[in-house]
Design a protein around this ligand. Structure first.
Ligand SMILES: Nc1nc2c(ncn2[C@@H]2O[C@H](COP(=O)(O)OP(=O)(O)OP(=O)(O)O)[C@@H](O)[C@H]2O)c(=O)[nH]1
Ligand SMILES: [Zn+2]
Length: 198
């Protein structure tokens, strides 16, 4: 993903969000005039723009940018794609790995585009289930493969740092379309990624 340089942040958004962060930090009992916190509202405003930059991006266009006609009919798997997202309930991170497979139907896609669309959908306020579904449907509708599968395993900071405070629970979500809806293909996929699953 093309990471934004600092000068590319929207100045108006940065200023608006900065003022609100300043108010929040003060409301929480801190002194925003002390040295360590002077630039914190602006840093936080930029960090949040970075972490939600997926709203400005069109994942289907990313896939379309590297689709190649190819007569390859076997399963293609890209596994262990690390992801960092924000849970939409607490605006705290959840993070983990995505595993994606598809069976081409006349077209293959540039391999890097799969991690790129994971990043686009991750950099929004999300729930893990919708993130899984967004990636699945984007590949299904754009590449129109014979089948597509997505598995995501993630840890949620809102369950670790606060709330139930469980440090080792991992949430797994999955989605299957087309050929992966048959038990044989799904089993083959799960076997091929099994060394990566926790
Ligand atoms: N299904 C789903 N739930 C999520 C995800 N991320 C966070 N949550 C849950 O969202 C729920 C929000 O529940 P609430 O009862 O409204 O919020 P809360 O009082 O902060 O809940 P606790 O986390 O249990 O303290 C919690 O159960 C979270 O664990 C996600 O990606 N998918
Ligand atoms: Zn949460």
């Amino acid at each position: 993903m093309p990471y934004r340089k600092l000068e590319e942040y929207n100045i108006e958004v940065t200023n608006e969000v900065k003022d609100r962060y300043k108010a929040i930090i003060e409301e929480l009992g801190e002194d925003t005039t002390r040295e360590g916190l002077l630039k914190t509202p602006e840093r936080a405003a930029k960090a949040m723009q970075f972490l939600t930059q997926g709203y400005d991006m069109d994942p289907a266009e990313i896939l379309k940018g590297a689709m190649f006609a190819e007569d390859y009919n076997e399963m293609v798997i890209v596994k262990d794609i690390e992801l960092y997202s924000l849970c939409e309930h607490h605006i705290l991170p959840f993070f983990g790995k995505a595993h994606i497979a598809y069976i081409p139907n006349g077209h293959i896609v540039g391999l890097s585009k799969l991690p790129r669309i994971v990043d686009v959908f991750s950099r929004r306020l999300q729930v893990q289930e919708r993130l899984t579904h967004d990636i699945l449907e984007c590949i299904n509708n754009t590449l129109k493969p014979k089948g597509v599968a997505v598995v995501i395993e993630a840890s949620h900071m809102c369950m670790m740092m606060r709330g139930v405070q469980k440090q080792n629970s991992v949430t797994t979500t999955s989605g299957f379309r087309g050929a992966f809806e048959t038990i044989e293909t799904r089993t083959e996929f799960l076997k091929l990624i099994s060394s990566s699953l926790s």
